[in-house]
Ligand binder design. Structure first.
Ligand code: C2E
Ligand code: CA
Length: 530
Protein backbone atom coordinates (compact mmCIF):
# COMPACT_ATOMS: atom_id res chain seq x y z
CA UNK A 1 0.00 0.00 0.00
CA UNK A 2 2.74 2.43 1.05
CA UNK A 3 4.74 1.44 -1.97
CA UNK A 4 1.82 2.13 -4.25
CA UNK A 5 1.22 5.52 -2.67
CA UNK A 6 4.85 6.40 -2.96
CA UNK A 7 4.95 5.32 -6.59
CA UNK A 8 1.93 7.48 -7.29
CA UNK A 9 3.57 10.35 -5.49
CA UNK A 10 6.78 10.02 -7.40
CA UNK A 11 4.88 9.83 -10.68
CA UNK A 12 3.05 12.97 -9.67
CA UNK A 13 6.31 14.70 -8.82
CA UNK A 14 7.77 13.60 -12.14
CA UNK A 15 4.88 15.02 -14.04
CA UNK A 16 4.55 18.13 -11.91
CA UNK A 17 4.94 21.13 -14.16
CA UNK A 18 5.39 24.68 -12.86
CA UNK A 19 2.10 25.56 -11.29
CA UNK A 20 -0.94 26.73 -13.11
CA UNK A 21 -2.74 26.33 -9.86
CA UNK A 22 -1.49 29.56 -8.31
CA UNK A 23 -2.88 32.06 -10.81
CA UNK A 24 -6.14 30.33 -9.96
CA UNK A 25 -5.32 30.79 -6.27
CA UNK A 26 -4.81 34.51 -6.87
CA UNK A 27 -8.19 34.72 -8.59
CA UNK A 28 -9.82 32.81 -5.75
CA UNK A 29 -8.19 35.11 -3.20
CA UNK A 30 -9.38 38.13 -5.12
CA UNK A 31 -12.84 36.73 -5.50
CA UNK A 32 -12.97 35.81 -1.82
CA UNK A 33 -11.84 39.32 -0.88
CA UNK A 34 -14.39 40.86 -3.21
CA UNK A 35 -17.17 38.64 -1.89
CA UNK A 36 -16.28 39.51 1.67
CA UNK A 37 -16.35 43.19 0.83
CA UNK A 38 -19.68 42.83 -0.96
CA UNK A 39 -21.22 40.84 1.88
CA UNK A 40 -20.00 43.43 4.40
CA UNK A 41 -21.40 46.18 2.23
CA UNK A 42 -24.68 44.34 1.72
CA UNK A 43 -25.11 43.94 5.46
CA UNK A 44 -24.32 47.61 5.91
CA UNK A 45 -26.82 48.58 3.20
CA UNK A 46 -29.47 46.42 4.78
CA UNK A 47 -28.94 48.07 8.14
CA UNK A 48 -29.00 51.51 6.46
CA UNK A 49 -32.24 50.77 4.67
CA UNK A 50 -33.79 49.49 7.86
CA UNK A 51 -32.78 52.68 9.62
CA UNK A 52 -34.03 54.87 6.80
CA UNK A 53 -37.37 53.07 6.66
CA UNK A 54 -37.74 53.37 10.43
CA UNK A 55 -36.89 57.07 10.34
CA UNK A 56 -39.39 57.80 7.51
CA UNK A 57 -41.99 55.78 9.32
CA UNK A 58 -41.43 57.75 12.51
CA UNK A 59 -41.79 61.07 10.70
CA UNK A 60 -44.98 59.91 9.01
CA UNK A 61 -46.27 58.63 12.29
CA UNK A 62 -45.72 62.03 13.85
CA UNK A 63 -47.51 63.83 11.02
CA UNK A 64 -50.39 61.39 11.06
CA UNK A 65 -50.85 61.61 14.78
CA UNK A 66 -51.06 65.40 14.45
CA UNK A 67 -53.62 64.79 11.70
CA UNK A 68 -55.43 62.39 14.00
CA UNK A 69 -55.61 65.02 16.74
CA UNK A 70 -56.96 67.40 14.11
CA UNK A 71 -59.53 64.77 13.11
CA UNK A 72 -60.73 64.60 16.72
CA UNK A 73 -61.18 68.36 16.65
CA UNK A 74 -63.15 68.02 13.41
CA UNK A 75 -65.29 65.35 15.12
CA UNK A 76 -66.33 67.95 17.67
CA UNK A 77 -67.59 70.40 15.05
CA UNK A 78 -71.39 70.20 14.78
CA UNK A 79 -72.63 71.92 11.60
CA UNK A 80 -75.87 73.82 12.11
CA UNK A 81 -78.15 75.48 9.62
CA UNK A 82 -75.49 78.05 8.92
CA UNK A 83 -72.04 76.78 8.10
CA UNK A 84 -70.18 79.98 8.89
CA UNK A 85 -69.01 79.13 12.34
CA UNK A 86 -68.30 75.49 11.59
CA UNK A 87 -66.44 76.44 8.49
CA UNK A 88 -64.26 78.84 10.44
CA UNK A 89 -63.58 76.18 13.02
CA UNK A 90 -62.66 73.69 10.32
CA UNK A 91 -60.45 76.24 8.56
CA UNK A 92 -58.66 76.87 11.85
CA UNK A 93 -58.03 73.14 12.19
CA UNK A 94 -56.62 73.01 8.64
CA UNK A 95 -54.36 75.98 9.21
CA UNK A 96 -52.91 74.59 12.44
CA UNK A 97 -52.25 71.11 11.05
CA UNK A 98 -49.11 70.52 8.98
CA UNK A 99 -49.80 69.48 5.38
CA UNK A 100 -53.58 69.79 5.85
CA UNK A 101 -55.44 71.61 3.11
CA UNK A 102 -59.09 70.72 3.49
CA UNK A 103 -61.46 69.45 6.17
CA UNK A 104 -65.06 68.30 6.03
CA UNK A 105 -67.55 67.49 8.72
CA UNK A 106 -70.87 65.75 8.15
CA UNK A 107 -73.16 65.70 11.16
CA UNK A 108 -75.10 62.50 11.98
CA UNK A 109 -78.19 64.25 10.64
CA UNK A 110 -76.52 64.66 7.24
CA UNK A 111 -75.65 68.37 7.40
CA UNK A 112 -72.24 69.06 5.91
CA UNK A 113 -69.72 71.84 6.43
CA UNK A 114 -66.20 72.22 5.00
CA UNK A 115 -63.14 74.36 5.70
CA UNK A 116 -63.34 75.81 2.21
CA UNK A 117 -66.76 77.11 1.23
CA UNK A 118 -65.88 76.94 -2.46
CA UNK A 119 -65.49 73.15 -2.19
CA UNK A 120 -68.06 70.68 -1.09
CA UNK A 121 -66.51 67.29 -1.99
CA UNK A 122 -68.42 64.62 -0.21
CA UNK A 123 -66.24 62.17 1.66
CA UNK A 124 -65.58 58.94 -0.18
CA UNK A 125 -67.21 55.79 1.11
CA UNK A 126 -65.15 54.53 4.01
CA UNK A 127 -65.42 51.74 6.54
CA UNK A 128 -66.49 52.47 10.09
CA UNK A 129 -63.76 53.87 12.34
CA UNK A 130 -60.62 55.65 11.26
CA UNK A 131 -59.32 55.00 7.76
CA UNK A 132 -56.68 56.31 5.44
CA UNK A 133 -56.78 56.54 1.68
CA UNK A 134 -54.84 58.03 -1.20
CA UNK A 135 -56.68 60.07 -3.78
CA UNK A 136 -55.27 61.17 -7.06
CA UNK A 137 -58.24 62.68 -8.79
CA UNK A 138 -58.77 65.71 -6.54
CA UNK A 139 -58.74 69.24 -7.91
CA UNK A 140 -55.97 70.46 -5.62
CA UNK A 141 -53.73 67.56 -6.57
CA UNK A 142 -53.32 64.15 -5.00
CA UNK A 143 -53.99 63.82 -1.32
CA UNK A 144 -53.71 61.60 1.71
CA UNK A 145 -57.16 61.46 3.23
CA UNK A 146 -57.84 60.66 6.86
CA UNK A 147 -61.44 59.79 7.67
CA UNK A 148 -63.52 58.73 10.63
CA UNK A 149 -66.94 57.18 10.26
CA UNK A 150 -69.04 56.85 13.35
CA UNK A 151 -70.75 59.80 14.90
CA UNK A 152 -71.31 61.35 11.51
CA UNK A 153 -68.31 61.60 9.28
CA UNK A 154 -65.07 63.58 9.56
CA UNK A 155 -62.43 64.01 6.91
CA UNK A 156 -59.04 65.70 6.75
CA UNK A 157 -57.19 66.01 3.48
CA UNK A 158 -53.40 66.30 3.55
CA UNK A 159 -51.54 67.52 0.47
CA UNK A 160 -49.67 64.51 -0.89
CA UNK A 161 -46.87 66.54 -2.50
CA UNK A 162 -46.14 68.32 0.73
CA UNK A 163 -46.35 65.14 2.86
CA UNK A 164 -44.23 63.20 0.38
CA UNK A 165 -41.21 65.41 1.10
CA UNK A 166 -40.71 63.07 4.04
CA UNK A 167 -40.08 60.28 1.54
CA UNK A 168 -37.36 62.10 -0.29
CA UNK A 169 -33.91 60.66 0.36
CA UNK A 170 -30.62 62.11 -0.79
CA UNK A 171 -29.85 58.88 -2.57
CA UNK A 172 -30.82 58.56 -6.22
CA UNK A 173 -31.00 54.77 -5.96
CA UNK A 174 -33.06 54.40 -2.83
CA UNK A 175 -36.79 54.67 -3.41
CA UNK A 176 -39.13 55.26 -0.48
CA UNK A 177 -42.87 54.92 -0.92
CA UNK A 178 -45.91 54.71 1.29
CA UNK A 179 -48.36 51.96 0.51
CA UNK A 180 -51.94 52.48 1.53
CA UNK A 181 -54.19 49.61 0.53
CA UNK A 182 -53.88 49.02 -3.19
CA UNK A 183 -52.22 52.35 -3.86
CA UNK A 184 -48.97 54.00 -3.06
CA UNK A 185 -47.55 57.46 -2.75
CA UNK A 186 -44.28 58.27 -4.46
CA UNK A 187 -41.65 60.66 -3.17
CA UNK A 188 -42.92 63.12 -5.81
CA UNK A 189 -46.35 63.06 -4.27
CA UNK A 190 -47.97 61.01 -7.02
CA UNK A 191 -50.54 58.36 -6.24
CA UNK A 192 -50.26 55.09 -8.18
CA UNK A 193 -51.58 51.59 -8.15
CA UNK A 194 -49.54 49.23 -5.98
CA UNK A 195 -48.05 46.13 -7.53
CA UNK A 196 -46.00 43.81 -5.32
CA UNK A 197 -43.79 42.95 -8.30
CA UNK A 198 -42.40 46.47 -8.19
CA UNK A 199 -40.44 45.65 -5.07
CA UNK A 200 -37.03 44.54 -6.21
CA UNK A 201 -33.58 44.24 -4.70
CA UNK A 202 -32.92 45.14 -1.14
CA UNK A 203 -36.06 46.31 0.61
CA UNK A 204 -37.33 47.13 4.03
CA UNK A 205 -40.91 47.56 5.11
CA UNK A 206 -42.12 49.28 8.20
CA UNK A 207 -45.80 49.33 9.15
CA UNK A 208 -47.12 52.56 10.56
CA UNK A 209 -50.13 54.18 12.06
CA UNK A 210 -51.99 51.16 13.32
CA UNK A 211 -51.24 49.22 10.18
CA UNK A 212 -53.02 51.74 7.97
CA UNK A 213 -49.93 52.28 5.84
CA UNK A 214 -46.66 50.64 5.12
CA UNK A 215 -43.38 52.40 4.40
CA UNK A 216 -41.42 50.55 1.72
CA UNK A 217 -37.80 51.54 1.18
CA UNK A 218 -36.05 49.69 -1.61
CA UNK A 219 -32.92 49.60 -3.69
CA UNK A 220 -32.55 47.54 -6.92
CA UNK A 221 -30.02 44.66 -6.93
CA UNK A 222 -27.73 46.13 -9.57
CA UNK A 223 -27.66 49.34 -7.61
CA UNK A 224 -27.02 47.45 -4.38
CA UNK A 225 -24.00 45.68 -5.90
CA UNK A 226 -22.68 48.76 -7.63
CA UNK A 227 -23.15 50.80 -4.51
CA UNK A 228 -21.41 48.08 -2.44
CA UNK A 229 -18.54 48.05 -4.90
CA UNK A 230 -18.08 51.78 -4.88
CA UNK A 231 -18.36 52.04 -1.15
CA UNK A 232 -15.96 49.15 -0.56
CA UNK A 233 -13.54 50.12 -3.26
CA UNK A 234 -10.75 50.62 -0.71
CA UNK A 235 -11.38 47.23 0.91
CA UNK A 236 -11.65 45.66 -2.50
CA UNK A 237 -8.36 47.15 -3.60
CA UNK A 238 -6.70 46.01 -0.38
CA UNK A 239 -8.15 42.51 -0.74
CA UNK A 240 -7.03 42.47 -4.34
CA UNK A 241 -3.51 43.54 -3.44
CA UNK A 242 -3.34 41.02 -0.61
CA UNK A 243 -4.67 38.35 -2.99
CA UNK A 244 -2.09 39.20 -5.64
CA UNK A 245 0.73 39.28 -3.06
CA UNK A 246 -0.31 35.98 -1.51
CA UNK A 247 -0.86 34.34 -4.87
CA UNK A 248 2.45 35.62 -6.15
CA UNK A 249 4.30 34.34 -3.07
CA UNK A 250 2.60 30.95 -3.39
CA UNK A 251 3.29 30.86 -7.08
CA UNK A 252 6.98 31.63 -6.60
CA UNK A 253 7.27 29.07 -3.84
CA UNK A 254 5.48 26.48 -5.89
CA UNK A 255 7.48 27.29 -8.99
CA UNK A 256 10.71 26.88 -7.06
CA UNK A 257 9.41 23.82 -5.29
CA UNK A 258 7.91 22.22 -8.33
CA UNK A 259 10.89 22.90 -10.44
CA UNK A 260 13.31 21.56 -7.82
CA UNK A 261 11.18 18.52 -7.01
CA UNK A 262 10.70 17.86 -10.71
CA UNK A 263 14.45 18.26 -11.27
CA UNK A 264 15.28 15.91 -8.39
CA UNK A 265 12.83 13.29 -9.64
CA UNK A 266 14.32 13.65 -13.12
CA UNK A 267 17.80 13.41 -11.58
CA UNK A 268 16.96 10.13 -9.88
CA UNK A 269 15.51 8.77 -13.11
CA UNK A 270 18.49 9.89 -15.17
CA UNK A 271 21.00 8.64 -12.58
CA UNK A 272 22.50 12.07 -12.07
CA UNK A 273 23.07 11.32 -8.38
CA UNK A 274 26.15 9.50 -7.26
CA UNK A 275 28.06 8.87 -4.07
CA UNK A 276 31.13 10.16 -2.35
CA UNK A 277 32.75 8.41 0.56
CA UNK A 278 34.35 10.06 3.54
CA UNK A 279 36.64 8.01 5.80
CA UNK A 280 35.98 7.43 9.46
CA UNK A 281 39.24 6.73 11.29
CA UNK A 282 40.51 5.71 14.69
CA UNK A 283 41.60 8.70 16.72
CA UNK A 284 44.93 7.30 17.84
CA UNK A 285 46.19 5.43 14.77
CA UNK A 286 44.26 7.19 12.04
CA UNK A 287 43.29 3.76 10.77
CA UNK A 288 40.25 3.80 8.50
CA UNK A 289 37.47 1.77 10.07
CA UNK A 290 34.64 2.89 7.85
CA UNK A 291 33.12 5.40 5.44
CA UNK A 292 30.17 7.70 5.39
CA UNK A 293 28.24 7.63 2.13
CA UNK A 294 27.42 11.16 0.96
CA UNK A 295 25.10 11.97 -1.89
CA UNK A 296 26.30 14.10 -4.77
CA UNK A 297 24.38 15.55 -7.70
CA UNK A 298 25.80 16.49 -11.04
CA UNK A 299 23.04 18.40 -12.77
CA UNK A 300 23.31 18.27 -16.58
CA UNK A 301 22.97 22.05 -16.86
CA UNK A 302 23.85 23.53 -13.48
CA UNK A 303 26.73 21.20 -12.77
CA UNK A 304 27.54 20.11 -9.20
CA UNK A 305 24.81 21.08 -6.77
CA UNK A 306 25.56 21.38 -3.07
CA UNK A 307 24.10 18.62 -0.93
CA UNK A 308 23.00 21.11 1.74
CA UNK A 309 20.70 22.51 -0.98
CA UNK A 310 19.32 19.44 -2.69
CA UNK A 311 18.93 17.23 0.43
CA UNK A 312 16.52 19.65 2.17
CA UNK A 313 14.76 20.18 -1.18
CA UNK A 314 14.38 16.42 -1.59
CA UNK A 315 13.07 16.19 1.99
CA UNK A 316 10.56 18.97 1.34
CA UNK A 317 9.44 17.38 -1.92
CA UNK A 318 8.99 13.97 -0.27
CA UNK A 319 11.70 12.57 -2.56
CA UNK A 320 14.35 11.79 0.06
CA UNK A 321 13.16 8.19 0.36
CA UNK A 322 13.30 7.43 -3.40
CA UNK A 323 16.70 9.16 -3.50
CA UNK A 324 18.06 7.09 -0.58
CA UNK A 325 16.72 3.91 -2.20
CA UNK A 326 18.52 4.80 -5.39
CA UNK A 327 21.74 5.50 -3.45
CA UNK A 328 21.51 2.23 -1.52
CA UNK A 329 21.21 0.31 -4.80
CA UNK A 330 24.13 2.26 -6.20
CA UNK A 331 26.32 1.62 -3.13
CA UNK A 332 25.45 -2.11 -3.30
CA UNK A 333 26.71 -2.27 -6.87
CA UNK A 334 29.83 -0.20 -6.19
CA UNK A 335 30.91 -2.18 -3.13
CA UNK A 336 30.72 -5.46 -4.99
CA UNK A 337 34.11 -4.64 -6.53
CA UNK A 338 35.85 -3.43 -3.35
CA UNK A 339 37.85 -5.42 -0.81
CA UNK A 340 37.19 -4.15 2.67
CA UNK A 341 38.80 -4.81 6.05
CA UNK A 342 36.62 -6.97 8.35
CA UNK A 343 34.21 -5.01 10.53
CA UNK A 344 34.41 -2.05 8.13
CA UNK A 345 31.53 0.43 8.70
CA UNK A 346 29.50 1.60 5.73
CA UNK A 347 27.41 4.43 7.07
CA UNK A 348 24.41 5.75 5.15
CA UNK A 349 22.36 8.85 5.97
CA UNK A 350 18.68 8.05 6.36
CA UNK A 351 15.79 10.47 6.80
CA UNK A 352 13.81 9.93 10.01
CA UNK A 353 10.63 9.28 8.02
CA UNK A 354 12.38 6.48 6.10
CA UNK A 355 13.00 4.65 9.37
CA UNK A 356 9.24 4.57 9.85
CA UNK A 357 8.75 2.63 6.61
CA UNK A 358 8.81 -1.16 6.77
CA UNK A 359 10.18 -1.17 3.20
CA UNK A 360 13.51 0.08 4.54
CA UNK A 361 14.21 -3.46 5.80
CA UNK A 362 13.81 -4.75 2.24
CA UNK A 363 15.80 -1.82 0.86
CA UNK A 364 18.74 -2.75 3.08
CA UNK A 365 18.74 -6.47 2.27
CA UNK A 366 20.57 -6.19 -1.05
CA UNK A 367 23.32 -4.00 0.43
CA UNK A 368 23.55 -6.21 3.51
CA UNK A 369 24.09 -9.26 1.31
CA UNK A 370 27.05 -7.51 -0.38
CA UNK A 371 28.49 -6.21 2.88
CA UNK A 372 28.14 -9.54 4.72
CA UNK A 373 30.30 -11.18 2.10
CA UNK A 374 33.02 -8.73 3.08
CA UNK A 375 32.23 -8.96 6.79
CA UNK A 376 31.45 -5.26 6.67
CA UNK A 377 28.76 -3.61 8.79
CA UNK A 378 25.92 -1.40 7.65
CA UNK A 379 25.25 1.69 9.78
CA UNK A 380 22.20 3.90 9.31
CA UNK A 381 22.68 7.52 10.40
CA UNK A 382 19.61 9.48 11.46
CA UNK A 383 19.92 13.13 12.34
CA UNK A 384 19.09 14.47 15.77
CA UNK A 385 17.46 17.38 13.95
CA UNK A 386 14.33 15.34 13.31
CA UNK A 387 13.24 13.16 16.25
CA UNK A 388 12.32 9.63 15.28
CA UNK A 389 8.55 9.12 15.20
CA UNK A 390 7.47 7.19 18.29
CA UNK A 391 5.35 4.77 16.32
CA UNK A 392 5.12 1.05 16.74
CA UNK A 393 6.06 0.69 13.08
CA UNK A 394 9.32 2.62 13.55
CA UNK A 395 10.24 0.55 16.60
CA UNK A 396 9.49 -2.64 14.66
CA UNK A 397 11.59 -1.49 11.69
CA UNK A 398 14.50 -0.68 14.03
CA UNK A 399 14.12 -4.07 15.72
CA UNK A 400 14.08 -5.89 12.37
CA UNK A 401 17.14 -4.00 11.20
CA UNK A 402 18.99 -4.84 14.42
CA UNK A 403 18.20 -8.50 13.99
CA UNK A 404 19.80 -8.26 10.55
CA UNK A 405 22.96 -6.81 12.16
CA UNK A 406 22.38 -3.20 11.08
CA UNK A 407 23.80 -0.57 13.47
CA UNK A 408 22.18 2.75 14.24
CA UNK A 409 23.98 6.10 14.57
CA UNK A 410 22.58 9.36 15.90
CA UNK A 411 23.98 12.04 13.61
CA UNK A 412 24.47 15.74 14.37
CA UNK A 413 24.47 14.85 18.06
CA UNK A 414 24.44 17.97 20.22
CA UNK A 415 22.17 20.19 18.16
CA UNK A 416 18.84 18.60 18.99
CA UNK A 417 17.16 17.57 22.17
CA UNK A 418 18.11 13.90 22.45
CA UNK A 419 18.34 12.98 26.13
CA UNK A 420 19.48 9.75 27.76
CA UNK A 421 15.98 8.28 27.53
CA UNK A 422 15.82 8.94 23.80
CA UNK A 423 19.25 7.33 23.32
CA UNK A 424 18.28 4.29 25.39
CA UNK A 425 14.86 3.93 23.77
CA UNK A 426 16.27 3.70 20.29
CA UNK A 427 19.47 1.90 21.32
CA UNK A 428 21.93 3.88 19.18
CA UNK A 429 25.30 2.24 18.61
CA UNK A 430 27.11 5.43 17.60
CA UNK A 431 26.81 9.10 18.38
CA UNK A 432 28.19 11.34 15.67
CA UNK A 433 29.03 14.63 17.32
CA UNK A 434 28.06 17.72 15.37
CA UNK A 435 30.96 19.54 13.64
CA UNK A 436 30.46 22.72 15.66
CA UNK A 437 31.84 21.09 18.85
CA UNK A 438 35.23 20.47 17.28
CA UNK A 439 35.48 23.84 15.61
CA UNK A 440 34.63 25.41 18.99
CA UNK A 441 37.69 23.83 20.63
CA UNK A 442 39.91 26.57 21.98
CA UNK A 443 37.19 29.17 21.31
CA UNK A 444 34.11 28.14 23.22
CA UNK A 445 34.94 26.52 26.55
CA UNK A 446 31.28 25.71 27.18
CA UNK A 447 31.08 23.50 24.09
CA UNK A 448 34.51 22.01 24.85
CA UNK A 449 33.29 21.04 28.32
CA UNK A 450 30.20 19.38 26.84
CA UNK A 451 32.46 17.43 24.49
CA UNK A 452 34.60 16.29 27.44
CA UNK A 453 31.52 15.18 29.40
CA UNK A 454 30.20 13.26 26.43
CA UNK A 455 32.77 10.50 26.72
CA UNK A 456 31.63 9.58 30.20
CA UNK A 457 27.96 9.59 29.17
CA UNK A 458 28.69 7.46 26.13
CA UNK A 459 30.51 4.89 28.24
CA UNK A 460 27.57 4.72 30.64
CA UNK A 461 25.18 4.23 27.73
CA UNK A 462 27.45 1.80 25.92
CA UNK A 463 27.58 3.84 22.70
CA UNK A 464 30.63 4.75 20.69
CA UNK A 465 31.35 8.33 19.72
CA UNK A 466 32.46 9.51 16.30
CA UNK A 467 33.60 13.12 16.29
CA UNK A 468 32.98 14.86 12.97
CA UNK A 469 34.61 17.90 11.44
CA UNK A 470 38.21 17.28 12.47
CA UNK A 471 40.26 19.65 10.34
CA UNK A 472 43.59 20.07 12.12
CA UNK A 473 46.25 18.01 13.74
CA UNK A 474 45.71 19.97 16.94
CA UNK A 475 42.08 18.87 17.04
CA UNK A 476 43.04 15.28 16.40
CA UNK A 477 45.67 15.38 19.13
CA UNK A 478 43.29 16.89 21.60
CA UNK A 479 40.51 14.42 20.88
CA UNK A 480 42.81 11.45 20.84
CA UNK A 481 44.32 12.42 24.20
CA UNK A 482 40.87 12.94 25.65
CA UNK A 483 40.08 9.35 24.75
CA UNK A 484 37.74 9.73 21.77
CA UNK A 485 37.93 6.63 19.62
CA UNK A 486 36.69 7.57 16.18
CA UNK A 487 37.08 10.71 14.12
CA UNK A 488 35.94 12.01 10.76
CA UNK A 489 36.95 15.16 8.96
CA UNK A 490 38.83 16.88 6.19
CA UNK A 491 42.08 16.38 8.08
CA UNK A 492 41.90 12.66 7.32
CA UNK A 493 40.07 12.71 4.05
CA UNK A 494 37.47 14.73 2.24
CA UNK A 495 34.46 12.98 0.67
CA UNK A 496 35.78 11.29 -2.48
CA UNK A 497 34.76 8.95 -5.26
CA UNK A 498 35.06 5.22 -4.67
CA UNK A 499 38.15 4.98 -6.87
CA UNK A 500 39.83 7.74 -4.95
CA UNK A 501 38.82 6.15 -1.71
CA UNK A 502 40.31 2.82 -2.73
CA UNK A 503 43.60 4.47 -3.55
CA UNK A 504 43.45 6.44 -0.33
CA UNK A 505 42.64 3.32 1.71
CA UNK A 506 45.54 1.29 0.43
CA UNK A 507 48.07 4.08 0.07
CA UNK A 508 48.47 4.25 3.84
CA UNK A 509 47.84 7.97 3.66
CA UNK A 510 46.46 7.93 7.16
CA UNK A 511 49.83 6.94 8.49
CA UNK A 512 50.81 10.60 8.08
CA UNK A 513 47.96 11.48 10.32
CA UNK A 514 49.00 9.31 13.25
CA UNK A 515 49.64 11.75 16.05
CA UNK A 516 53.26 11.65 17.03
CA UNK A 517 54.10 10.22 20.39
CA UNK A 518 55.51 13.56 21.38
CA UNK A 519 52.41 15.41 20.29
CA UNK A 520 50.25 12.95 22.16
CA UNK A 521 52.33 13.31 25.26
CA UNK A 522 52.11 17.08 24.95
CA UNK A 523 48.39 16.82 24.42
CA UNK A 524 47.99 14.56 27.45
CA UNK A 525 49.81 16.95 29.70
CA UNK A 526 47.78 19.81 28.23
CA UNK A 527 44.60 17.93 29.00
CA UNK A 528 45.82 17.19 32.51
CA UNK A 529 46.46 20.91 33.02
CA UNK A 530 42.82 21.80 32.22
P1 C2E B 1 26.48 15.18 7.54
O1 C2E B 1 25.72 13.91 7.73
O2 C2E B 1 26.90 15.91 8.76
O3 C2E B 1 27.69 14.87 6.59
C1 C2E B 1 28.92 15.35 6.79
C2 C2E B 1 29.06 16.63 6.08
O4 C2E B 1 30.15 17.31 6.64
C3 C2E B 1 29.42 16.42 4.62
O5 C2E B 1 28.89 17.49 3.89
C4 C2E B 1 30.91 16.53 4.61
O6 C2E B 1 31.47 16.94 3.39
C5 C2E B 1 31.12 17.58 5.67
N1 C2E B 1 32.41 17.43 6.33
C6 C2E B 1 33.07 16.31 6.60
N2 C2E B 1 34.24 16.59 7.23
C7 C2E B 1 34.27 17.92 7.40
C8 C2E B 1 35.21 18.82 8.00
O7 C2E B 1 36.24 18.45 8.51
N3 C2E B 1 34.89 20.14 8.00
C9 C2E B 1 33.75 20.59 7.42
N4 C2E B 1 33.51 21.89 7.45
N5 C2E B 1 32.85 19.79 6.84
C10 C2E B 1 33.13 18.46 6.85
P2 C2E B 1 27.96 17.24 2.69
O8 C2E B 1 28.42 16.11 1.88
O9 C2E B 1 27.76 18.57 2.03
O10 C2E B 1 26.63 16.81 3.36
C11 C2E B 1 25.85 17.70 4.03
C12 C2E B 1 24.72 17.01 4.69
O11 C2E B 1 23.79 16.50 3.74
C13 C2E B 1 25.15 15.78 5.46
O12 C2E B 1 25.63 16.20 6.69
C14 C2E B 1 23.87 15.01 5.56
O13 C2E B 1 23.11 15.47 6.64
C15 C2E B 1 23.21 15.36 4.28
N6 C2E B 1 23.39 14.25 3.34
C16 C2E B 1 24.41 14.01 2.49
N7 C2E B 1 24.17 12.89 1.79
C17 C2E B 1 22.98 12.40 2.22
C18 C2E B 1 22.17 11.28 1.88
O14 C2E B 1 22.51 10.43 1.06
N8 C2E B 1 21.00 11.14 2.55
C19 C2E B 1 20.58 12.02 3.50
N9 C2E B 1 19.42 11.82 4.12
N10 C2E B 1 21.31 13.11 3.84
C20 C2E B 1 22.50 13.28 3.21
CA1 CA C 1 25.84 12.01 8.38
Amino acid sequence: MLKRLEAQWSRHALSAKPAVVYPVAVCICLLAGWLLAVVASYLQDRADLQQRAASISQQLERQLSLANVALSRIDSVMPGNNCDLSSRLLAAVVQSTPHARYALRQAPDGRVCTSDLSRMDMPPAAPAGTSLSLRAELAGGSAVVLQRQGNGSSMLELGAVSLATILQTESAVVAATVRVGSQYLTADGEVRKWDEAMVQGLNRRVGSHDGLLEVVVQQPWVEVLWHSLLRRLDTLLLAGLAGVALGWALLRRQLARNSSSWEIAQGIRNREFFTHYQPIVTADQGECIGVEVLARWRHPVQGAIRSDLFIPAAEDAGLIVPLTRYLIRRVSKEFKQVALPPGFLVSINIAAEHLGMPDLVEDCKMLLAVLREKKAVLVLEVSERFPLPEHQVTHRVVQDLRQMGVKLALDDFGIGHADRNYLRRWGFDYLKVEKGYVSALGKDSFKANILDGLLQTSRQLGVQVIVKGVETQGQQNYLSVKGFQFLQGFYFGKPMTLNHFRQWLYSGITQDRVPSVAAMAAGRSEAADR
